[in-house]
Design a binder for this molecule. Sequence first.
Ligand SMILES: [Zn+2]
Ligand SMILES: [Zn+2]
Length: 352
Amino acid sequence: MKAHGYATHSPTGELEPFQFERREPRPEDVEIDILYCGICHSDIHTARNEWGWTHYPFVPGHEIVGRVSAVGDKVSKYKVGDLVGVGCMVDSCRHCQSCDDGLEQYCDNGWTGTYDGEDKIGGTPHKTTFGGYSDRITVDERFVLRIPDNLDPAAAAPLLCAGITTYSPLKNWKVGVGQKVGVIGLGGLGHMGVKFAHAMGAHVVMITTSPEKGEDAKKLGADEVLLSKDAEAMEAAQNSFDFLLNTIPVGHDVDPYMGLLKRDGTMVIVGSVEPLTRVNGIPFIFRRRSMAGSLIGGLPETQEMLDFCGEHDITCDIEMVNMKDVNTAYDRTVKGDVKYRFVIDMATLKDN
Ligand SMILES: [Zn+2]
Ligand SMILES: [Zn+2]
């Protein structure tokens, strides 16, 4: 089955039109006409081989929203016309403890990424999976999610990665009413962290270097702003937070933040896959504080997050782009020049 999309062919190449094959639907597969796809920072890192594992040609995109165009005989959850989403995973081993627990993102045998993953199902000439910057995709129904009808489908697309990445740790560490929660960094992840923590009833503090971003965060639901470059304010905020969601996308010193936590408080890293520096033992030992990490979310929790968004009317703040402008959107994303996520209007793919 022919598919059209955009691919890059080398770390320095631009994304350009590309034709490839998708597998014909198996009995358990859902075929989706893609309407929108978000641009995640991971797309850019992978397109430019910044993590060193990219296979080319590479079709990015793991924040996919579309309509079901066909279903296999054994598909029970979806029918033609349903509004659905696909996030970062399209397969996993399905028999390890993590898969049994619905935590496929921690699969012991390695899950299959929606893009640049080793395609273990096959049915095409390609060895790796191709992502959502394309007109269609075929996915096992277990890895397909339902998008609530009341949500704007374009603004819902980034929920599939940026949304679940921030929702999952807030739920796992039981953030809620009566707690003071800090969200560190205001980008694609941080803006969702603020919205979720606010909707869960916490007192939300935006922790940022930029006063302008602080003002923006208040419009998204933050109750307060803490400027991390203001030494006096940082000192006054010591030992006051129950939980910190750290969305900084690069390696950084964690010491200045650990002291903000109360006894038994936890800071969760969701943004940086680079080495973290200055991890001093003292803040951990003296108040039994913890630092942890969290990766996206499993299928059941991702559906729970989407339903939560439906109930609370939460979507991402987006800027829509045409497919042909994706390279410019990449450059602007790297500069942090987007509030807060680009989403590609896939109807513009045919203009090329
Ligand atoms: Zn992502
Ligand atoms: Zn598994």
